[in-house]
Design a protein around this ligand. Sequence first.
Ligand code: PEP
Ligand code: MN
Length: 361
Amino acid sequence: MEANKTMDISLSDRWHKRPLIISGPCSAETEDQVIQTAVLLAETGVVDVMRAGIWKPRTRPGTFEGIGTKGFPWLQQARKITGLPIMVEVATTKQVEDALHFEVDILWIGARSVVNPISVQEIANSLRGTNVPVFIKNPLNPDIELWTGALERIARAGVTKIGLVHRGFSTYGNTEYRNPPMWHLAIEMKRRNPELMMICDPTHISGRRDIIQSVAQKAIDLDYDGLMIESHIDPDNAWSDAKQQITPARLKEMIESIIWRKQKSNEESFNTALEKFREQINQIDDELMQLLAQRMKIANKIGEYKRDKSITILQTNRWNEILDKGLRIGNSLGLSSEFIAKYFDAIHMESINHQNKIMNS
Ligand code: PEP
Ligand code: MN
């Protein structure tokens, strides 16, 4: 067995490594599965931390809900053989205590726990006085305040090494993704917490193997600090999340084919060109703001007119006409229908709010 090339790096160095690559099975299943996966992951030379679920929050009862504390000695053994730090999910005080008892290196709080402030507070209270690093996944529902609240609770408990994991958000109905990424929410979270590491879990966003790589690439293009990707020695026969796990060999291939981008370039000509383009964008953004303000002024005038004639604010036919025309022109100019619809929706809401104020003034 080839030793992991990062074997002698201590966990605190690894915490600062970029990109940070976390991989391992959705669930620890058997001793063999854990150890074999760890050995293969270490041999790839691209993995920094090994993850495995010991307790699994499953949607339905009667499915595999995790091996429990029995799995910890397997993880310890895997760490001893490979040098990879180990990471598990915790959801209760008892689970935090067990994980710390077995000297797990890093903890994560899952999406299903982050939705519940009482659970997060319970976890936070049991972390007080320890200094174990903790990753906080985004909550299932697209609510950035809930994610922020979880972060505040964990930080107030004195945890200093905190990372964020973007794993996508629950939605109703079928979409391309198991959990649509809604990138703007994670970008806003990154904007609010620039000092924190933000990694992407493209596995739970995708829910299927074939799009993991493109989601991972998108995250790297957006300057994420790393990835958490589920891997298994025999993905098809995994006891949980079988459709979305990949083999360690495939993981290595994937990590090696991702185009790793830098946030900045040292090349002067590139930076000058970038500056110029940014200047143009700023100029256009200013003009757009002016135009939008002008548009609202006209909407205000219409509002006064509607008020004087006692006509309703919402004129559905007129609105359909605007949207149809916008879609036709926008599409022909290369703008996506999704963007055009969102744009007009926002404009329409703002106009309605303006007219509402006038009607009721
Ligand atoms: C997991 O990582 O296996 C998991 C349960 O993730 P999430 O909390 O994102 O659903
Ligand atoms: Mn999983």
